[in-house]
Design a protein around this ligand. Structure first.
Ligand code: GLP
Length: 240
């Protein structure tokens, strides 16, 4: 497999093994003094959060900052990302401060500026990312500029369809989200991106071995100096 020097690819058997591998990346970052963790939602990070929850790691003096949130969903909505984080991580492993964009703030300009200033004041040491089937990271859909900061996003039909499984039907999936931009994500000192399953294989190959292009937002990670990539065998199956 052709490997970029700045991207350390680990191929694991399944998501459970990926959880253990991802946990080790968190453990090493903590040991190296990381204070601010950028966190992600979706099904992919769950096995890492399970490992963190079961561990004796202590985040109670640290800060977490989540990538994104649906516009229109509050913290008590079971499909909001704040709710997801409470359930999968924060209830068991509280941080001193946990930031998630406020989906109920309908003033996009104020909310995105507020969020970007939180990140500027708390530079992210380790940013965890999942990968969308169309190569998106956070909710940075194809076409997003590499310099983009936190912004309001119109979700693509493919993302709405992919996320519809969490809602009663596709009509209930929010059409907009607040998301850190590509530029925001690239400022993190270290990035850990994780992908599992055959439906991610094309996006993984494009991210790691395709041209750096806004058509595949994750390909901008090729320009970051310190990226760890954890894949299962199916997600790695289109790598050359
Ligand atoms: N905003 C999230 C992304 O942050 C996530 O990476 C992606 C993949 O989700 P999953 O891990 O469930 O495949 O879904 C959503 O679009």
């Amino acid at each position: 497999m052709t490997q970029l020097q700045n991207m350390h690819v680990q191929i694991v058997k399944d998501p459970a093994a990926g959880g253990v591998a991802g946990f080790k990346v968190f453990q090493q970052a903590l040991a190296a003094g990381a204070k601010v963790f950028g966190l992600a939602t979706g099904s992919t990070p769950i096995s890492i959060y399970d490992q963190l929850t079961a561990s004796d790691l202590d985040f109670s003096q640290l800060t977490s900052i989540n990538l994104d949130e649906y516009v229109g969903l509050g913290s008590d909505h079971p499909q909001s990302y704040r709710y997801f984080m409470q359930h999968h991580l924060f209830n068991a492993k509280p941080f001193a401060h946990s930031y998630v964009p406020d989906g109920l703030n309908t003033d996009a300009d104020t909310e995105t500026k507020r969020y970007e200033s939180i990140i500027a004041a708390n530079p992210i040491d380790l940013q965890l990312l999942g990968l969308g089937r169309n190569g998106h990271v956070g909710f940075n859909e194809p076409g997003t500029a590499p310099q983009s900061t936190t912004h309001k996003v119109a979700l693509t039909p493919s993302t709405i369809a992919a996320n519809a499984r969490f809602f009663d039907n596709a009509d209930e999936v929010p059409r907009y989200a607040y998301s850190m931009g590509i530029g925001t994500i690239l400022k993190a000192k270290q990035i850990l991106i994780v992908a599992y399953g055959a439906e991610k294989a094309a996006a993984v190959a494009a991210m790691l071995q395709g041209p750096v292009t806004a058509d595949v937002p994750a390909s901008f990670l090729q320009t970051h100096p310190n990226v760890t990539v954890i894949l299962d065998e199916q997600a790695a199956s289109q790598l050359k």
